[in-house]
Design a protein around this ligand. Structure first.
Ligand code: ADP
Ligand code: MG
Length: 293
């Protein structure tokens, strides 16, 4: 493409809310055959809400929610916000943790009333030494199968219960993915969430391949693997934990509604943050590179 045609495309993109960083991003996009999508905030709204709280026998659901909110008040993760909102709307008193740390892709831990508290995925709970009994497993499993993320709460080494947190699929995601399929792309979902939760969301929007339960570093490895197989890979994401993947992809696509570091790592930014922007961006790149040579 000529510099002039690129300039025209960049201008046209801007008019559609597709911000193109440079000529290379546009040219590479026209050759992409795989699109990797982050789940939370990219396919889904990224506005999760607590839909269920469960306690093991002898514990109260209020305490489960309250303990989780004490830690999540310090978290910057969207799941953390959902937990705090749920505790506030139930008028629970949220104390301050005595110590706090966030483990990316796992959860949060800290101390309250001189006891260790942890909130997060099952693997994360196991990594901090919390012991599971099977009482809540069937309920946790069935909530995951409806697309909820299950987050466990432990006090000391005892699991007190879990929170089920649900996030709606964006209204435009299914249509966008159907049109991307028409453009010949394979669509991969990449998430740190449980495989059952991921599969339910993937089924709603017809994702080709689901890669679940991956840490942020492994997200980058998944992209490198596709590239090693000979694919040209675009990745779209919104979070701090997507930045390495966006940088590793042949083209990174950031949601304009997402984290600044995601936008900085990407060649293309979608102002509106919905997946139809990717359809527009790819159509524009193909038109620019096939018409004018
Ligand atoms: P995603 O790939 O969907 O953006 P993350 O990599 O951020 O997900 O997190 C993976 C999993 O780790 C979540 O599904 C959740 O179980 C757990 N997790 C991460 N952060 C938190 C948190 N602040 N509170 C509770 N659980 C968390
Ligand atoms: Mg995300």
């Amino acid at each position: 493409a000529t510099p002039m045609s690129i300039m025209v495309a960049v201008g046209r993109g801007a008019g559609m809310g597709v911000l193109i960083k440079d000529a290379e991003a546009l040219e590479t996009l026209s050759k992409v055959d795989y699109l990797v999508l982050d789940k939370t905030g990219t396919i889904t709204e990224g506005k999760p809400a607590v839909v269920a709280v469960r306690a093991v026998p002898g514990q109260s659901e209020e305490d489960v929610l309250k303990l989780a909110a004490i830690l999540e008040g310090r978290s910057e993760h969207p799941l953390g916000r959902a937990v705090v909102d749920a505790a506030r709307s139930r008028k629970l008193i949220i104390g301050e943790p005595e110590d706090f740390s966030a483990i990316t892709g796992g959860g949060v831990k800290g101390r309250w009333n001189s006891q260790e508290v942890a909130v997060g995925s099952r693997e994360f709970m196991e990594s901090v030494g919390a012991k599971f009994d099977a009482t809540l497993d069937p309920e946790a499993a069935s909530l995951r199968k409806t697309g909820s993320t299950v987050v466990w709460v432990a006090l000391g080494d005892q699991i007190l219960g879990f929170l089920a947190i649900a996030d709606q699929v964006k209204a435009t995601s299914a249509e966008a993915i159907a049109r991307l399929h028409e453009l010949g792309l394979k669509i991969v979902m990449l998430t740190g969430d449980h495989a059952d939760t991921a599969s339910h969301i993937a089924g709603q929007v017809r994702i080709d391949t689901v890669i679940a339960e991956v840490t942020p570093e492994k997200k980058r490895d998944a992209i490198s693997k596709l590239q090693a197989e000979g694919h040209r890979v675009a990745m779209a994401g919104d979070g701090v934990n997507d930045a390495p993947g966006l940088a590793a992809a042949d083209v990174g696509i950031a949601m304009g509604t997402g984290a600044d570091v995601a936008i900085a790592s990407a060649g293309i930014t979608l102002v509106k943050g919905d997946l139809l922007g990717i359809v527009n961006a790819i159509s524009l790149s193909k038109a620019t590179l096939s018409n004018i040579r």
